[in-house]
Design a binder for this molecule. Sequence first.
Ligand SMILES: Cc1cc2nc3c(=O)[nH]c(=O)nc-3n(C[C@H](O)[C@H](O)[C@H](O)COP(=O)(O)O)c2cc1C
Length: 186
Amino acid sequence: MKAYAKQDFPVSDVRRFLEPGPIVLVSSAWRGKTNIMTMGWHMIMGFQPSLVGCYIWSENFSFDLVRRSRQCVINVPTTDLGATVVDIGNSSGRHIDKFAKFSLTAQAGSEVDAPLIAECFANFECRLVDSSLIRRYSLFVLEVVKAHVARAPRYPRTIHYHGDGVFMLSGPNTSKWRKRFNPHML
Ligand SMILES: Cc1cc2nc3c(=O)[nH]c(=O)nc-3n(C[C@H](O)[C@H](O)[C@H](O)COP(=O)(O)O)c2cc1C
């Protein structure tokens, strides 16, 4: 196996290699206002309960909506929504109704008041279960309490972000390492 020759790299830019995606749209609602934000900084924190940690910048309108309502929906868009995903991330719901502006359909969920986005492949209804890290790190710990997923395709083409305006679109899957894989080790 080949070893790579390397050079110093700015630590502030390692996101280019670490951000896994997929990019998601987080929808929220509070006191009659709904909103959507684009999000790349999320991570799985547990399976049972199903926990997701995510970073929401305190300047975002969504920050207060999610913090106050203690709910949101994580929506997974596919590549056909790429331009909309970027436009949602480059505007603030403080000034516009993003559902109307981007012609997206708000659907009622069953566990939370925040709307699902019908045009997304999957919708995960979430409750904020730990707010203790918000003040210090803007880190919201969410529990997925209900999941809605389209039947097909099994592996949707999702959008992933390298930073600096560069995106990767998910490509072909492979099972060629499956025999080496120990499910107990995940
Ligand atoms: C690809 C992409 C990924 C983003 N990821 C995040 C993120 O993980 N956390 C965050 O706070 N903002 C993120 N943003 C920025 C927000 O989406 C942006 O500030 C948004 O306009 C906030 O909307 P709001 O003010 O209506 O809540 C991202 C933007 C883009 C384009």
